[in-house]
Design a protein around this ligand. Structure first.
Ligand SMILES: Nc1ncnc2c1ncn2[C@@H]1O[C@H](COP(=O)(O)OP(=O)(O)OP(=O)(O)O)[C@@H](O)[C@H]1O
Ligand SMILES: [Mg+2]
Length: 307
């Protein structure tokens, strides 16, 4: 599997008595945006810290570029840019000055690294504004600029849109997408907001109470959202017969003794309702339903949902 940039195998973290990450198998593919979705306390940050070697692994493995970080830091770190905790920027320096310091500390080679990193995140180069005067959105952008200074292949971003307003979130989404599409970066990003991941990620991992409940491409997941007509009637067997014989309906399922789901949403429901009533089947209700991603997550996470 040479196209895997991150591969976690049975990755586990136990704090005291609490298993906060439980045998997680995670697969981040080259060039893709992987969204790790989970509510507060699900274990997202802990997974990222273990992958980065910032928190010891209790058991299992986490390989990055085919190697365990431990013992390979010198080789692997230059290929990764990460924001886990807010980097400590100097409040009384400008954004450019801050990045220049970090760039020197890290020995970033390219002379125009600061300029191009700022350009990618849409912040002005050599702007006079002090970091202390930055809005939250600008601070988050500077954090990402800092993470990409050395032009890493892999970005690990822990909730980069936290605290941003909807416009800030949309802008952040655009340039993260751009980093993937135009610059070919592989990106692992976490969030507790479903809609955000749905709009951004190519692949998704859903984590709940430390367990990875599902891992799939967004494409596969979208197939699980279905549209159907929910038909409630007094007599399901009789209604099924009428649907099959008179209307040649084949794509349907029986949910309970009163409920049918019809998957062809173009059916002539007026005619169907009329035929049922005429043949002594009472129609209690008939409505078009759309099972959203959110419904799906609620189902698999056992009720509360994520967004
Ligand atoms: N150093 C620690 N010692 C003990 N427990 C910890 C430690 N760090 C995290 N935890 C616990 O591990 C669990 C997972 O925490 P983690 O920060 O990974 O979740 P998260 O998904 O990132 O949550 P959030 O969305 O709030 O950032 C939580 O119950 C947390 O209290
Ligand atoms: Mg977290």
């Amino acid at each position: 599997m040479d196209d895997l940039v991150i591969e976690a195998k049975r990755l586990t973290k136990i704090y005291g008595e609490q298993t906060v990450v439980n045998a997680v198998d995670l697969h981040v593919k080259k060039g893709r945006i992987y969204g790790l979705l989970g509510r507060n306390g699900a274990g997202k940050t802990t997974i990222m810290k273990m992958i980065l070697g910032l928190a010891p692994i209790t058991s299992g493995e986490a390989d990055v570029f085919g190697r365990n970080i431990k013992g390979n830091e010198k080789r692997i770190y230059p290929r990764i840019g990460a924001i886990i905790e807010t980097p400590g920027f100097y409040p009384n320096l400008t954004g450019t000055e801050n990045l220049e310091i970090f760039s020197k500390l890290r020995g970033t080679a390219a002379p125009d690294a600061v300029k191009s990193a700022l350009e990618v995140v849409g912040l002005p180069y050599k702007d006079k504004k002090l970091f202390s005067k930055y809005s939250l959105g600008m601070k988050q952008r500077l954090g990402i600029a800092n993470a990409i200074l050395h032009d890493p292949e892999l970005l690990i971003l822990d909730e980069p849109t936290n605290g941003l307003d909807p416009i800030g979130i949309a802008e952040m989404r655009d340039f993260i997408k751009n980093l993937s599409a135009m610059h070919g970066k592989t990106i692992l990003i976490s969030s507790h907001i479903l809609s955000e991941i749905a709009l951004l990620a190519d692949d998704i991992g859903i984590i709940d109470h430390g367990v990875l409940l599902e891992e799939s491409s967004m494409e596969e997941l979208a197939k699980k959202n279905s549209k159907y007509i929910l038909l409630r009637v007094s007599d399901v067997p009789k209604a099924s017969l009428i649907l099959e014989r008179q209307f040649h309906v084949k794509e349907y399922s029986v949910q309970d003794e009163q409920t049918l789901w019809l998957y062809d949403t173009t059916l002539d429901m007026a005619a169907i309702n009329k035929a049922l009533v005429v043949q002594d089947v009472a129609v209690i209700s008939s409505q078009l339903c759309n099972d959203t991603l959110e419904d799906y997550f609620k189902r698999i996470t056992g009720g509360e949902g994520i967004a």
